[in-house]
Design a protein around this ligand. Structure first.
Ligand SMILES: [Ca+2]
Length: 296
């Protein structure tokens, strides 16, 4: 992905690739077969067998629960922060944030109820900050295309710079591995000691791949992932790599109040409270939310 696309962060609607039964008005029914397609169907039935075809259509049209959010509380936050990573410490005492853009990238310790930035360390001017997580008492901060992962102590003193020759976007942890997104449907599981990839997981939505995975948050066997350029969060069963829910955050931050480039990005679960907090790039608030079924 080039810089031009990375910076093109205008808000878009839900992905158009999602399965749907509903044809456009006036559209020809997908179930009316031409003679040629009829022959293709017969051929497919012979080759794949009826059972496999049924399975194919089951996954092709798989649907998952859709959710919205109710706002519980909102807290002030630096509106100049181009949020790329967000995580609480285990007690939820402080919030930690990674911000991006060349020349503006930083790592921050924040008093989350007031938004006060208690510690801010700027990255070297050539580095573009990305995902952030806390594992075994160390913060890991990704860089987008700089081929390095920065490792800090709990006071955000830089301990070491590790080499990782991949494009990197979002980051979380299952308590063992670093889990890294790169804007595709792939999640890379990485050993934090060796920085070697242990495995890749392809995230699927029905039989399609769930693209554009960005900021991440692992909680109770699930990974929540912002979808790049949208206000949509995928809820992913981490063990199966399967999308099991779609959460729409768009109602939190009115369009007319957003600056250019303002889009939801940043998820942090407060473990003790078991509450989800979300924010956006250049967003003036941190939102505490409750996930609720989407109204029809
Ligand atoms: Ca996160």
């Amino acid at each position: 992905m080039d810089m031009a696309r990375k910076k093109d962060i205008s808000k878009t609607s839900l992905p158009s690739s999602e399965p749907s039964y509903v044809p456009a008005p006036g559209a020809r029914s997908p179930f009316r077969l031409s003679y040629r397609n009829y022959l293709r169907l017969i051929f497919a039935l012979i080759v794949f067998g009826g059972g496999s075809m049924a399975l194919y259509f089951q996954y092709a049209f798989a649907n998952v629960p859709r959710y919205s959010v109710e706002l519980i509380e909102k807290y002030p936050k630096d509106p100049a922060a181009f949020t790329q990573g967000l995580v609480f410490d285990p007690e939820g005492e402080y919030l930690y944030e990674s911000t991006g853009l060349v020349g503006q990238s930083s790592i921050r310790k924040i008093a989350w109820k007031t938004g006060e930035v208690l510690v801010k360390k700027n990255l070297d001017s050539d580095l573009f900050g990305e995902g952030l997580t806390l594992l075994n008492g160390k913060f890991y901060q990704l860089t987008w295309k700089n081929d390095v992962i920065l490792v800090y102590d709990q006071e955000l003193n830089l301990l070491e710079t590790r080499e990782f020759n991949r494009e990197m976007w979002g980051l979380t942890t299952d308590g063992t591995h670093l889990i890294i997104s790169n804007g595709t449907s792939q999640l890379m599981y990485v050993d934090p000691q060796t920085m070697q990839r242990v495995r890749n997981v392809t995230v699927r939505h029905g039989n399609a791949t769930a693209r554009d995975l960005n900021e991440l948050e692992f909680n109770n066997g699930r990974i929540y992932a912002n979808r790049f350029q949208t206000d949509l969060v995928y809820e992913i069963d981490a063990a199966r790599g399967q999308v099991i829910g779609l959460i729409d955050l768009s109602r939190l931050w009115p369009d007319k109040e957003r600056p250019e480039g303002g889009v939801m990005n940043g998820i942090a679960v407060h473990r003790r409270l078991q509450k989800m907090f979300v924010t956006g790039k250049l967003c003036p608030f941190l939102y505490q939310v409750e996930i609720v079924p989407q109204k029809k």
